[in-house]
Design a binder for this molecule. Sequence first.
Ligand code: ADP
Length: 352
Amino acid sequence: MIILVLNSGSSSIKYKLFDISKNSEKLLDKGVLERIGEKISSHKEALAIILKKMNRDIEAVGHRVVHGGDVFKESTLIDEGAIKSIERFSELAPLHNPPSLLTINESRNILSGIPHAAVFDTSFYQDMPERAYLYAIPYKFFEKYRIRKYGFHGTSHRYVATKAASILKRPLEKLSLITCHLGNGCSITAVENGKAIDTSMGFTPLEGLVMGTRSGDVDAAILPYIMEKENLDINAVIDLLNKKSGLLGISGISNDMREIIKEMGKNKKAALAFDLFSYRIKKYIGAYAGVMGGCDAVVFTGGIGENQPLLMKDICKGVVAKSAKVLIIPTDEELMIARDTFELVKYANLRR
Ligand code: ADP
């Protein structure tokens, strides 16, 4: 089945074209269109450019959608109802869901005769236990506004967990894994018997690990304190935590890990940024190994995780049992999306 996977951001669309069958997965083409809104006028134009490039008959399209709220526990074929729900969760992912919707609507217009599927970053976390996804704030806020931990990067964590099981030659359903996605955004997930039981990102991607520009965990009482001292409004403080903190905030140099590593030997703040980054990961690995009663492997992926195997091994030292494997696995969210799309279409065809 020829499947086009589209991953739309506010100013870019990444795509991969796969040929997927029961026994084989072939990547046929890939690329990225950037600067939508400048060089390319709209998502519509970007999509037309991508489709013109395709010299194969596309049989299905898989879309990455960041937020599926608490409705989408799994990937789904897209119909009007699904679109309404994705629209509803735009409020929770204002930077991510709207561009996905633009691309979904446009590609459903152009490729109207074939199935389209949505694969959500959040659905891997929908089965977490309440004790992991609830915040200890008055329960009515969960009931009224669905304030809970949603988790993100789920497609990447699911992909590397599956791959780890195949590398370890053991069924995923019998493994305790800790998967670390360390890119510009960073998150860590405890995967027990194939299911995510806890994850570091929360109601938004701000919670958890120290990231390129995000602070990760902070005491919420810091916010009003900074607001008062610096005469800032709440949006400015949230912006500070999202865009001016993390590696950038501590080092004062860069949000880019390559720069931090380069400067670490001669610049104390860069060394400190790396230290905070590693320490936070270590704490989470320890906590997740603790709640799972040990772990079989710690898996690293994302730009940082994939390129710094020695540093990653160092982070794991002393925090998991010596028998736990440390695996570096390049992520492939688009392949996971193509696989889900293939399964959904195959199942729908069987039921016809
Ligand atoms: P995104 O989260 O946007 O997909 P990536 O997964 O590509 O981003 O990760 C980007 C991060 O990976 C940046 O901090 C970058 O510095 C870091 N990175 C890329 N290559 C290396 C490397 N060789 N060593 C350390 N960090 C790297």
